[in-house]
Design a protein around this ligand. Structure first.
Ligand SMILES: Nc1nc2c(ncn2[C@@H]2O[C@H](COP(=O)(O)OP(=O)(O)OP(=O)(O)O)[C@@H](O)[C@H]2O)c(=O)[nH]1
Length: 314
C-alpha cells in the first residue's frame, strides 16, 4: 500500500499494514483485539464469522501498525465464498507482512498446508508464523508445534521471517509480536491520526455486532445465512444535550422463511435477546445510549444472487 509523503515524519518512524491469515477459529480476530486493546474485530466461537475487512491500528511512538483482518480462506461453494476468497487474496498482495495463525492446541493439517501453499505464491511479503492459544497447550506440545510449523514453511518452499508463540487470552507475547512486526514495515509517517483504532465505517461495525449477537447459539448451518444491513443511524431529535439517544434501524436478512422461527424464537424471545445483547455492545462501542430497531427479512437465496449480494454490501 502506498505511504503518503510527509516531511513531518519522525526519523526512523515506520508504518504499514499487516494481516492475519489462518484456518477458521485460529484466533485471528482475538489476536487483533489483543494487539489493538479494544474490541474492533468480531470474535465468535463459530468459524467464518469475520466477513468484513476490519482494521485495527496499533499506535507506538516509533511506529504505526495497521491490522487488516480478513475472512478465512476456504473451498468456495457459493458466489459469496468466491468473493470472500478474492478479498483475502487481494489483501495479501497489498500488505507489508502476513501473520499466519496456527493454534498451539491443534495439529498442523491439510487446511494449514493449503494456506501455506497459497502464501508461498506471495513471494515478496514477509510471513510470520504466529502460534496462537499457547495457554491451551502444554510446554512439550508447544515445542512440537513450533517444529511442525517450521517444517510447514519449508515444505511449502519458504522461510518464516519469525515464528512467535502467543496467547491473546493471557496476553503472553502479544507485545513481542508487535515488536517483531514493526521492523517489517517500511519507513514512513503515521497513516492515521493518533487515537484512531479502526477506519471501518461505524455502520459496518454496528452491523457486525448485530450479526455476532444473532449467531450466538443458533444451529451450525445458519451462520452463512445471516446478513445484517444498518439502514439508518440518526440522533433522536428533541433530546436534552445531556440525554442523547441514537436511533438505529437495522434489517437482519435470512435466506428462507423457515429460518425465521430460529432467529425470532418463541414469542420473539430470541430476537429480543439478540437486540438487547447487540444494543449493549453498540453502546459500548459508540459511547452513547442507543435505541435499536431490528427487523427480520427474508432475502431468498441471497448468497447465490449477485444483485442481492451487492445490496447486502458484498
Ligand atoms: N484459550 C484461548 N482461546 C482463544 C485464544 N485466541 C482465541 N481464542 C478462542 O478461539 C475461538 C476463535 O477465535 P477467533 O479470534 O474468533 O478466531 P478467528 O481466526 O478470527 O476465526 P474466524 O473469524 O472464524 O476466521 C474463540 O472462541 C476465541 O475465544 C487464546 O489465546 N486462548
Amino acid at each position: 500500500m502506498s505511504i503518503p509523503a510527509s516531511s513531518s515524519a519522525p526519523a526512523g518512524h515506520r508504518s504499514g499494514f499487516a494481516c492475519f491469515v489462518g484456518r477458521p477459529n485460529a484466533g485471528k480476530s482475538t489476536l487483533t483485539n489483543a494487539l489493538v486493546g479494544t474490541k474492533v474485530a468480531i470474535t465468535s466461537n463459530r468459524p467464518q464469522t469475520t466477513r468484513h475487512t476490519v482494521r485495527g491500528i496499533v499506535h507506538r511512538p516509533e511506529a504505526q501498525l495497521v491490522l487488516v483482518d480478513t475472512p478465512g480462506l476456504h473451498k468456495p461453494r457459493t458466489l459469496l465464498g468466491q468473493r470472500l476468497n478474492d478479498v483475502v487474496r487481494a489483501t495479501w498482495a497489498e500488505v507489508d507482512a502476513i501473520g499466519f495463525c496456527l493454534p498451539a492446541n491443534e495439529k498442523v493439517g491439510p487446511g494449514d498446508r493449503f494456506i501455506a501453499g497459497e502464501l508461498a505464491q506471495i513471494r515478496r511479503t514477509p510471513k510470520v508464523a504466529v502460534v496462537t492459544k499457547t495457554d491451551l497447550a502444554e510446554r512439550d506440545a508447544l515445542a512440537e508445534q513450533l517444529i511442525a510449523v517450521d517444517r510447514l514453511g519449508k515444505e511449502a518452499g519458504f522461510e518464516w521471517a519469525e515464528i512467535v508463540p502467543v496467547s491473546a487470552v493471557s496476553g503472553a507475547q502479544v507485545e513481542l509480536l508487535a515488536d517483531l512486526l514493526v521492523p517489517l514495515l517500511p519507513e514512513g509517517p503515521p497513516l492515521y491520526p493518533e487515537g484512531d483504532l479502526t477506519d471501518e465505517p461505524e455502520q459496518v461495525m454496528v452491523a457486525e455486532l448485530i450479526r455476532e449477537a444473532a449467531l450466538e447459539g443458533v444451529r451450525d448451518e445458519l451462520p452463512h445465512s445471516i446478513a445484517v444491513v444498518v439502514e439508518e443511524m440518526l440522533p433522536r431529535e428533541d433530546r436534552p444535550a445531556d440525554r442523547p439517544l441514537l436511533d438505529i434501524h437495522a434489517n437482519l436478512f435470512i435466506e428462507r422463511p423457515s429460518q425465521k422461527g430460529i432467529v425470532i424464537g418463541p414469542k420473539g424471545a430470541r430476537l429480543k435477546h439478540v437486540g438487547s445483547t447487540a444494543r449493549r455492545q453498540i453502546e459500548a462501542l459508540l459511547g452513547t445510549p442507543v435505541f435499536l430497531d431490528l427487523h427480520v427479512k427474508v432475502a431468498k437465496d441471497w448468497q447465490r444472487d449477485p444483485k442481492q449480494l451487492r445490496r447486502l454490501g458484498f
